[in-house]
Ligand binder design. Structure first.
Ligand SMILES: [Fe+2]
Length: 286
């Protein structure tokens, strides 16, 4: 004869097991759904951001429209078709100037560089296009040549002057911080010696940790990428992994040392996934 107490215990264990199984299945389903979403929905779901720069921090550049793209990461995970779609969305914003802040590829020099050069022509045919090196852009010389074959001016510790609709603009591109070759002394003026007047000075620096290297130099706005905004983020928490020392500079517009820093989440990605961190196409308007 079964003890009523034992029956109650058995029923309780059964419910606990059912509950455990149910929760496990729900968790597995959510993980599977999140993986599908991260790979096939968010990874190329571009967000177009128009960012109005505060007046007075970027003198002499009123009305200038800068298309900022970064971290294209051409690879098996990021196709040329995806990049072309991003480029055309960016060009729809009618930029005066295009700035590309590194990580053009993921796995070294590509086997079909002419295709990439042709892709770059889509941008450079529409507006002056400048670039700097990212940590994935090694070896750097063939990547520089590949981009320049597409009409992009690739700057390695170099400063150029140009006129945009009659307005002078100065652009500096630095080598990547992790390459060990970032050297502002080769191309920038010290703050203490600078006499730039109202000529706006845009600094392209892939990794915003490089701001410490240019603290004593004259510039107005630094454009960076590198973080991918975290790429995999959690709601109410943020990025799980960030490849930077200063985790206070992840994505968006910052004021630093009386100057501006803009960090984009980037266009491409690593490993074909993004979660809670959509790829970004940015128009900065001064
Ligand atoms: Fe990157």
């Amino acid at each position: 004869m079964t003890n009523p107490g034992n029956r109650k215990n058995s029923a309780g264990r059964l419910l606990t097991r059912r509950r455990f199984l149910g929760l496990s299945l729900a968790g597995a389903g959510m993980a599977f759904g999140s993986g599908i979403y991260a790979r096939f929905v968010e990874s190329d779901w571009f967000e177009v951001r128009k960012v109005l720069l505060p007046k007075g921090k970027f003198p002499g550049a009123a009305g200038l429209r800068i298309l900022h793209l970064s971290d294209l990461h051409w690879s098996g995970a990021v196709s040329l078709q995806m990049l072309e779609r991003a480029f055309r969305m960016g060009l729809d914003l009618k930029p005066d100037l295009i700035c590309l802040t590194g990580d053009f590829v993921t796995n070294g020099f590509p086997s079909e560089p002419s295709k990439y050069s042709k892709l770059m022509r889509i941008l450079s045919d529409k507006a002056p296009t400048f670039a700097c090196q990212g940590n994935h852009d090694v070896p750097v010389q063939p990547i520089k040549e590949m981009l320049e074959a597409g009409g992009v001016r690739f700057l390695q510790n170099e400063t150029v002057f140009l006129s945009l609709q009659g307005r002078p603009v100065r652009i500096t591109g630095l080598s990547d911080l992790w390459s060990g070759h970032l050297d502002p002394a080769l191309c920038m003026d010290l703050l203490s010696e600078a006499n730039n007047g109202p000529v706006p000075h845009i600094l392209l620096c892939h990794n915003a940790d490089g701001k410490e290297n240019v603290r004593d130099y004259a510039w107005d706005i630094m454009l960076s990428g590198h973080t991918h905004g975290g790429q995999i983020c959690l709601p109410f928490y943020g990025a799980i992994v960030l490849p930077v020392q200063d985790r206070g500079f992840v994505a968006g517009l910052y004021s630093w040392e009386n100057r501006l820093i803009y960090i984009t989440r980037g266009v491409g990605n690593l490993h074909g996934i993004r979660f809670w961190c959509r790829p970004e196409i940015t128009l900065l308007v001064s």
